[in-house]
Design a protein around this ligand. Structure first.
Ligand SMILES: *Cc1c(COP(=O)(O)O)cnc(C)c1O
Length: 393
């Protein structure tokens, strides 16, 4: 649906009309598995697609639909589909786009389970893949084969915070008719909108910034009406990783404050980066909006602000990194990101432990690298905790 409203207004109002629901300000939770038909003929018409309406909640549900319409609008896409997890969204999209003997090109460094899924597709279904740093157009072109059907990109890349130029990738892919899929989890639509840069499908782990409160696992994919209808009727419906109405409601509740939260995440992260960079026990700090970041020029082209994630290396070994984590008091040791609480994790032994060491080194994940998801607390308290733990080293 087209709208002339601004992001901060769309995120609150779009996709729901109180008039349709007895004036209820909050979207009702349609906690139902199935929908009754007024007659046998109506059931026939719904199944035949001749009449609009709900049938069964694995196919569509009004609470889930409200969320899908909102996120589609925020990403500037025609349609969205919600899933029971980010990985359900990633797997449904990749399974819908590929068949045996096809080829995928993937950014060098992806979410650990996406890496695992690519292995599974290769081992079980002969869908091969190559990793590509995507630093130059030539490097990308060299990997394109007649069987290449999809370029899968994560940017910023988890957890190294390297960036991929989405417009460059989209332009190359267009020449060959290859679909570009972007995992936009780290940015949320508030900071980056890949569809506006020519990419085809956007995926989110809605578990992160979209939900924002660390209380739900969910995923969402956005693209053209045609593509999303195809996915809805195939890998979403038949594999079945759909979102529950209650979880959709939690996301509808969380997403209303997305714009406000993202601004605060960014404000806090900027302060923490400033202090980390000055600390003698910190070797390297990776944050896209830092002018000394290797991909700062890409950041300027495609991101609104730097986001809430910071990666940094402390001076020392894996044992030092673990010692540092064990001294933290306010900051929680946990994977996931985008929550109100500040979370920190050790990629080499946690999110990326499944990636073979050699591959990990290629991705730039050292044993002293830590990934911080800056929350919404007072930044001074977060920094105070990090500083006291650094001091103990
Ligand atoms: C968390 C995450 C996923 C997977 O999402 P789940 O909701 O945990 O299934 C995929 N990509 C990125 C970048 C993530 O951070």
């Amino acid at each position: 649906m087209k709208t002339d409203k601004r992001f901060d207004t769309i995120v609150i109002h779009h996709g729901y009309d109180t008039k349709d629901h007895l004036g209820s300000l909050s979207v009702p939770i349609f906690q139902t598995s199935t929908f009754t038909f007024a007659s046998a003929e109506q059931g026939e018409a719904r199944f035949a697609g001749q009449e609009e309406g709900y049938i069964y909640s694995r196919l569509a549900n009004p609470t889930v639909r409200a969320l899908e319409e909102k996120v589609a609008c925020l990403e500037g896409g025609e349609a969205a589909l919600a899933f029971s997890s980010g990985m359900a969204a990633v797997s449904a999209v990749l399974m819908a786009l590929t068949k045996t003997n096809d080829h995928i090109i993937c950014s060098q460094g992806v979410y650990g389970c996406t890496f695992g899924l690519l292995q599974l597709l290769k081992n079980k279904y002969h869908i091969s893949h190559d990793f590509c740093a995507m630093e130059t157009e030539e490097e990308l072109r060299q990997l394109i084969r007649p069987e290449t059907v999809c370029i899968y990109v994560e940017t910023p890349i988890n957890p190294t915070m390297k960036l991929v130029d989405l417009q460059m990738v989209a332009n190359v892919a267009k020449e060959y008719g290859i679909a570009v899929v972007v995992d936009n989890t780290f940015c949320s639509p508030y900071l980056q909108r890949p569809l506006s840069l020519g990419c085809d499908i956007v995926i989110h782990s809605a578990t992160k910034y979209i939900g924002g409160h660390g209380d739900v696992i969910a995923g969402i994919a956005v693209g053209t009406k045609e593509k999303m209808t195809e996915i809805a009727k195939t890998t979403q419906k038949d594999v079945g990783g759909v979102l529950s109405p209650f979880d959709a409601w939690l996301l509808l509740r969380g997403i209303k404050t997305l714009a406000v939260r993202m601004e605060r995440h960014c404000d806090n992260a900027e302060k923490i980066v400033e202090h980390l960079k000055r600390h003698p026990r910190v070797a390297n700090v990776y944050y896209p909006a830092d002018p000394s970041h290797r991909d700062y020029s890409i950041y300027e082209k495609q991101m609104k602000r730097g986001g809430g994630l910071i990666s940094f290396e402390i001076q020392g070994t894996k044992a030092d990194a673990q010692r540092f984590l064990n001294h933290l008091q306010l900051v929680h040791i946990a994977v996931s990101l985008g929550d109100t609480e500040t979370l920190i994790q050790h990629p080499a032994t946690m999110t990326h432990a499944v990636v073979p060491e050699e591959e990990r080194k290629k991705m730039g994940i050292s044993d002293s690298l830590l990934r911080l998801s800056v929350g919404l607390e007072a930044w001074e308290d977060v920094w105070g905790d990090l500083e006291q733990a650094l001091h103990q080293l």
